[in-house]
Design a protein around this ligand. Sequence first.
Ligand code: NAD
Ligand code: UDP
Ligand code: UDP
Length: 340
Amino acid sequence: ATSDKQTSPKPPPSPSPLRNSKFCQSNMRILISGGAGFIGSHLVDKLMENEKNEVIVADNYFTGSKDNLKKWIGHPRFELIRHDVTEPLLIEVDQIYHLACPASPIFYKYNPVKTIKTNVIGTLNMLGLAKRVGARILLTSTSEVYGDPLIHPQPESYWGNVNPIGVRSCYDEGKRVAETLMFDYHRQHGIEIRIARIFNTYGPRMNIDDGRVVSNFIAQALRGEALTVQKPGTQTRSFCYVSDMVDGLMRLMEGDDTGPINIGNPGEFTMVELAETVKELINPSIEIKMVENTPDDPRQRKPDITKAKEVLGWEPKVKLREGLPLMEEDFRLRLGVPKN
Ligand code: NAD
Ligand code: UDP
Ligand code: UDP
């Protein structure tokens, strides 16, 4: 449907306004980089519900898996490409959700040079693609751009408190550069951009052993192991259920605001409170033990979602106590631990 774009040597900087309008009746071809991962695969499910959408996933399977997309493989409106975003990608699309990047600290610290290449070169390539075909592009940035925040809760106007040379820098400074690239392509080349700052998200299909706190606690509770709270345990996070996250990302893409916009659940918990909640809901006989933390762990994090409410009409619906059992169900199936 968009092959005419291939023959035009210099396509217009942005698609025809009708192309992205909600009244548009024509098909929309959507690329999701990192679509085989946790959030990406839920986004694919939601986008595929609309029969006007054709979905292309590009993923190198570093932390994602074909398994997350198995119900779509072979579907006429779906395509899966093994592709590393640090390499150029030449395809024709109308929208790009750019998610490709490992999100769990143990994975993004595993090969930090690759992580920063993914954030910088990967985002540059997605922007080059957006520029060539006139696509709108959404970046999934992160609350980590606020670093160890000195303002609480964090509004989008806060510039952050980030260590530029720490072990997390490949990820948080990488995302900060990715945001800079997005705005420079927007200002210099007129690219239509959207930036979401995602706060901790949880739900089914998270990697069981990816080291993030919610997946760790649920897996530990189901395996009958002690819940490992990293010291001091008073550090806080705010956890958003994945269906709320996907809804927020799609509203941002379809809306008129470039962002950045915080998308997250303002319900804030200390890690001790989270452990106690998991214990109560999943396995009351389990122990909670304190273990060493990792460097530069942010002490507090909670989104100010005033802007998301005003601009997107969005706020999360699923409370932690409702979301944890949904994730438990998925982890029970994958770990083979039936409910007695
Ligand atoms: P995930 O690790 O499950 O998914 C990331 C996907 O990107 C995986 O499928 C992985 O294989 C793919 N990928 C990684 N490097 C790639 C590369 N070079 N080329 C192609 N594909 C590559 O993580 P997620 O939780 O689904 O996170 C998705 C996005 O949301 C990421 O950009 C992440 O930074 C952002 N985010 C997530 C959270 C969270 O709590 N989950 C919080 C803030 C931001
Ligand atoms: N790029 C891509 N797909 C495209 C167009 C560009 O992957 O369809 C890559 C391209 O290889 C380049 C990057 O995006 O490395 C930035 O492209 P841009 O055109 O902005 O810069 P230039 O190629 O002029 O350096
Ligand atoms: N954490 C913990 N036990 C674990 C894993 C993590 O107490 O088994 C803590 C960690 O110290 C941090 C918080 O949980 O304060 C969130 O960590 P996670 O890696 O999930 O995400 P991020 O640090 O990126 O927010």
